[in-house]
Design a protein around this ligand. Structure first.
Ligand SMILES: [Zn+2]
Ligand SMILES: [Zn+2]
Length: 373
């Protein structure tokens, strides 16, 4: 059995002289695969589902170093070391930034901790998911894979890990800065006492932050699908027509920072309690991994707003449609949801594409074919 897996492993990646994180990780997991498999088989289904959910959640929470910000704010709340931020204005915050009058002691500690954990979990859990599905269950792809007959080439698998490493460095550094900024008591509109702005606002923040983050990400994503921004930034993320869990952070550093800064804007503009804010962020990251996994995950009955993983997978397969993430509402409202009778290629911008069978569609398909060859 081990020998058979080794052959499959060779078919997923050619041997290279340089250090290859994918091959190394696979080799490491291979050593323990039999015992891991037996362990999972003996567990009741709900426990293995729980472990898998927790693993993906942990991956999401640590990927961009957000866990440091959460830890710092949670500790502030628990220990009561919170100077009241009430009535802090955005002008005051801007002044702190422009005059560089901010305290950032212990930055090195936050920076190192955020990166160590981020990369360790990225390779440990990301690598495990990759092995579990893409190597161990490769022969059963019809059962779990959204595009069961198409696979990302080993070169592109390595490419997405390398881009991911660079982007994680940028986003993790920003999270370390944010954690350090809050830890040192610099002005922000984050608050700590649950009822400081009333319980109604506390609970309303869940839908408000969710809608804000999802809609702004939709808008940014559509912006990055206009010809100039697509060519120089977003095209990188679209190299992966069959995305995997590693594709989630394989985004141009400029674009990923743009998205992260927009998502964090409420922390400096409106009173937000850290708990609802970061619970929504974690929810988004969890689904970011699910949506890029290439695995046929279905949304649950309690999340009617959430499209299945297939929705974003199709964005990678067909390029300029299905721009949304955790709500398919935006694509329905703006008419950018994928229409089955249209032919989308990388050259059909703005969610507009010719009908199947028309001369324009045939021309596009020929152009696409010659481009790939
Ligand atoms: Zn895109
Ligand atoms: Zn994507």
């Amino acid at each position: 059995m081990t020998a058979k897996r080794k052959t499959e492993n060779d078919s997923t990646g050619t041997k290279s002289k340089y250090w290859d994180p994918l091959q190394e990780g696979v080799k490491w997991i291979e050593k323990y695969s039999e015992s891991l498999e037996n362990f999972f088989l003996r567990l009741p289904e709900f426990i293995s589902t729980f472990i898998a959910t927790l693993a993906i959640f942990t991956l999401g929470a640590t990927l961009r170093g957000e866990w440091v910000v959460i830890l710092v704010t949670a500790l502030k709340q628990i220990t009561g070391h919170t100077t009241s931020n009430k009535n802090v204005t955005t002008a005051e915050i801007l002044q702190t930034f422009t005059t560089q009058n901010m305290k950032l002691s212990n930055f090195g500690f936050f920076f190192i901790m955020a990166h160590i954990v981020s990369y360790a979990i990225y390779f440990a859990i990301g690598g495990f998911l990759h092995w579990y599905f893409y190597i161990n269950r490769r022969h059963k792809a019809q059962e779990w894979k959204i595009q069961p007959n198409k696979w990302l080439s080993p070169e592109l698998e390595r490419h997405e890990i390398l881009v991911g490493i660079v982007s994680l460095f940028v986003t993790g550094s920003f999270s370390s800065f944010l954690a350090c900024y809050i830890y040192n008591g610099n002005p922000s509109t984050v608050y700590f006492q649950f009822d400081e702005y009333g319980w109604l606002w506390f609970f309303l923040q869940f839908p408000c932050v969710f809608i804000y983050q999802d809609y702004t990400t939709y808008i940014l994503h559509r912006m990055y699908h206009t010809p100039f921004l697509y060519k120089y930034f977003h095209k990188l993320h679209h190299k992966y027509k069959q995305p995997t869990a590693f594709s989630v952070t394989a985004i141009h550093p400029v674009e990923i920072m743009h998205v992260q800064l927009t998502a964090c804007l409420p922390l400096f503009t409106v009173p937000v309690h850290w708990l609802p804010f970061y619970l929504v962020v974690m929810y988004n990251y969890y689904h970011g991994i699910i949506d890029h996994s290439g695995i046929n995950f279905k949304s649950q009955w309690w999340q009617p707003w959430q499209p299945d993983a297939e929705f974003h997978d199709q964005h990678h397969e067909f390029f300029h449609c299905n721009f949304g993430f955790n709500m398919d509402l935006w694509d329905k409202l703006h008419g950018t949801a994928r229409k089955k009778n249209l032919v989308y290629t990388e050259a059909t911008f703005h969610g507009e594409a010719p009908r199947q069978g028309t001369a324009a569609a045939n021309k596009l398909l020929t152009e696409e074919r010659t481009k790939t060859d």
